[in-house]
Design a protein around this ligand. Structure first.
Ligand code: MN
Length: 253
């Protein structure tokens, strides 16, 4: 199956699943339970509010910086696992509410699963769109993102150094994230351990870099810093700029 038809199949499957059900998804149609926090599985699709978005390019388009093999496994298996588990958590929470009684005792584990898997879904969705074939370089100096980065980090190089160090120093699995923080209306570089720890509430991710080993190990082995350096050759600054423009419309009362 070529890439285009593969996408059409995925799109059709999504349209025929959750979308066809509208806002009424049925508990009876879901048998998948939330997966453990550390082992996303491909599993079968679970009806629910979240969908695996198609990649906005082909698997090989980010080569030589990120291999097609990594992209296929990362998107089709890992990201899909987070989507399925986030949907399963939503379904399970509804079941627990309906069941009442002792069922509420499972709420901590299911809530933890929702936090982990939904955060993973959000960050991967941003990550795919943050990259493009022929990306990289610097954003236009007149763009909002360039001006904000210069204001809040001193320079583009200063930002890149901080972001890269944040990614390199994540303990275990996690992310480096350039975020818009709406209270101070400033940019911030955050780290996330796993997908959902050590973030900051309200912040909107603009540029996210996955530094889990599944994101680079097949190509870069233990050289995480080489992978981080390569990432800047595929950054889609137009997408980052659009996210900043959208995030700036968010004001917290
Ligand atoms: Mn990942």
């Amino acid at each position: 199956m070529n890439e285009i038809s593969r996408r059409e199949v995925i799109g059709s499957a999504l349209a025929g699943g959750w979308l066809a059900l509208g806002t009424e998804w049925s508990l009876a149609q879901s048998t998948t339970q939330p997966t453990s926090a550390s082992a996303p599985s491909a599993g079968s699709a679970v009806d629910g509010p979240y969908q695996l978005p198609p990649l906005p390019y082909d698997y090989a388009d980010l080569e030589p910086y990120i291999s097609a093999q990594i992209m296929k496994l990362h998107h089709d298996i890992h990201h899909k696992g987070y989507v399925d588990a986030a949907n399963a958590a939503v379904v399970e929470l509804e079941r627990v509410r309906r069941a009442g009684g002792d069922a509420i005792r499972t709420i901590r584990a299911v809530t933890d699963s929702l936090s982990f898997n939904l955060s993973g879904h959000v960050l991967h969705t941003v990550f795919w769109k943050n990259m493009k074939k022929g990306g990289g370089g610097d954003p236009p100096t007149t763009s909002e993102i360039a001006r904000a980065i210069t204001r809040d980090f001193g320079s583009l190089d200063g930002f890149r150094a901080q972001f890269s160090a944040a990614g390199a120093q994540v303990q275990g699995s996690g992310w480096a994230i350039l975020a818009y923080e709406p209270l101070a209306q400033r940019l911030a570089v955050l780290q996330s351990e796993k997908h959902n720890n050590t973030g900051a509430w309200g912040s909107v991710p603009l540029l996210s870099l996955d530094v889990w080993e599944h994101a680079y190990y097949l190509q870069y082995q233990n050289k995480r810093t080489d992978y981080i350096k390569a990432f800047f050759n595929v950054v889609n600054w137009d997408d980052v700029n659009l996210r900043l423009e959208a995030a700036r419309k968010l004001t917290l009362p």
